[in-house]
Write a protein that binds this ligand. Structure first.
Ligand code: ATP
Ligand code: MG
Length: 454
């Protein structure tokens, strides 16, 4: 730890409930500070996720003092000294000052050791910008140069990077995530240490890896993070690495496959589904590539991308339906869908009527076209046109699913067709005829058509 802890009097807003929690603890004779992410985000003027409080009180005392001051108290992590308290629906974690014991598994400390001072507690934290504490009267306690790094936009590890990342490899992914969320750079020594210890991320649970990667994909600066961190995240997603520096040799592209991908992720809708699909949409390109004279081609790459993504996504803790939707988006990202009501309804029918999935597909198509050369401008326009036609189809309540069809299975049975697969076949053909605008979606015409198919 650095010897001189700096107290900086800088005003930082704390919400009433966090101020109240600090006051309650201090009036009972303890010491308490707001710490970590809330200090970082408040100083940056960003929305604060959660307020964490560090105190020298033992968790049993925290529980007692807070409960007798009207806070609801939940014993969430007593082993680690954490008590969750809440007031008016706002939850906070209050954790006793602690240092982590030895790490032998590359992720979890073998034990936690409670310590006496806030300075010792700050020393166990991952990055300097996350290792500051704030007290409404004492100001900001910044022992590790976190303020300077906030100003400089740097993610710098607290203490020795080699030690800190081998203790807990989750910090490596957290570092990449903060690059994406904050638009900061990795301080050179920190980056080197993250890179040297990247293989230790195999000790991190799939759940935490999935969480951190998803947060990274949703960050405001994900393009920059993907460019800066590919050699690090390649250790958990090796399927991405072949895209780095892979030249496309076509006038439709101005970036290599990885930089193009980074842009597409950045420009895709800000949802986990769109971002994960965008990350892999061209992952099959290196495998599909061939040169014809001086032109590169990638025929069939979406299907290869689906296979690459299938393997990678299976290692994440994403739900089966999420993965299925992501693979659908990857498969269709390059398919041309003309902007007519017929083709839009056909596309919707192929997606089982999933309107949100279709909107996401349009969003990825637009992002893809925007991240190519100016030759692809017509495809940006096409995406906008698809969005408009989709709006018209929905506003007119036009049918594109069996549910919307003016006849159902009972009507077909009423025509004397025995219950069985034939019913589905007839209804599918009737829906197709309505989608293709050969028939109106009205009972008499549809019944006559069904009759004619028997
Ligand atoms: P956010 O809440 O926006 O995800 P955060 O930095 O607050 O970001 P939390 O997981 O809430 O992240 O952790 C709170 C604080 O605990 C961090 O700011 C950091 O000081 C510390 N911390 C969290 N995870 C680790 C870790 N793996 N190693 C060391 N310190 C950590
Ligand atoms: Mg937090």
């Amino acid at each position: 730890m650095k010897e001189n802890a700096t107290y900086i009097c800088k005003d930082m807003e704390l919400p009433d409930y966090a101020l109240a929690a600090i006051n309650v603890l201090e009036r009972a004779g303890h010491e308490a500070w707001a710490v970590g992410g809330c200090v970082r985000d408040a100083l940056l003027g960003r929305a604060v996720n959660d307020y964490d409080i560090a105190t020298n009180a033992r968790w049993e005392d925290v529980e007692h003092v807070m409960a007798s001051s009207g806070f609801a108290v939940h014993r969430t992590g007593a082993k680690h000294g954490t008590v969750t308290v809440s007031r008016n629906g706002h939850a906070m974690e209050i954790t006793t000052y602690r240092a982590d014991g030895k790490y032998t598994d590359g992720r979890h400390p073998d034990c936690v050791e409670f310590v006496r001072t806030i300075e010792e507690d700050l020393a166990r934290r991952d990055f300097t910008i996350n290792a500051m504490a704030y007290h409404p009267e004492r100001g900001i306690l910044d022992c590790w140069g976190g303020m300077a790094d906030l100003d400089a936009g740097l993610i710098r590890v607290v203490g020795d990077g080699n030690e800190r990342f081998s203790e807990d490899a989750l910090r490596i992914l957290r570092g990449c995530r903060f690059v994406s969320q904050l638009g900061f750079s990795l301080e050179a020594g920190t980056k080197q240490a993250m890179w040297s210890h990247k293989m230790r991320m195999s000790h991190v649970s799939a759940e935490r890896i999935t969480h951190e990667l998803t947060e990274m994909l949703l960050g405001d600066h994900v393009r920059d993070a993907l460019m800066e961190c590919i050699d690090i995240i390649g250790a958990v997603l090796p399927e991405l690495v072949a895209m780095k520096g892979f030249e496309q040799h076509t006038p439709y592209h101005i970036y290599d496959v990885w930089e193009h991908t980074a842009w597409v992720v950045q420009r895709s809708p800000r949802t986990p589904l769109a971002r994960w699909a965008a990350l892999f949409h061209d992952s099959g390109k290196p495998g599909a590539f061939f040169m014809d004279g001086d032109r590169g081609h990638f025929y069939g790459h979406p299907l290869l991308s689906v296979e690459v993504a299938r393997g990678a996504l299976a290692r994440m803790t994403l739900s089966p339906s999420f993965v299925a939707d992501a693979l659908t988006l990857i498969r269709l990202h390059d398919k041309t869908i003309p902007a007519t009501s017929k083709t839009v309804k056909r596309a919707l029918a192929d997606l089982d009527g999933n309107i949100e999935l279709f909107r996401t597909l349009i969003g990825i198509k637009r992002a893809d076209a925007l991240s190519q050369s100016s030759l692809s401008e017509p495809r940006v326009q096409l995406a906008d046109d698809l969005e408009r036609v989709l709006g018209e189809v929905l506003a007119a309540d036009e049918a594109f699913t069996l549910k919307q069809l003016a006849i159902d299975g009972n009507d077909v049975i009423g025509l004397g067709v025995p219950a069985g697969p034939e019913i589905g076949r007839i209804l599918d053909l009737a829906l197709r005829a309505v989608i293709d605008e050969q028939l109106p979606n009205r009972r008499p015409e549809l019944l006559a058509y069904a009759e004619s198919l028997r």
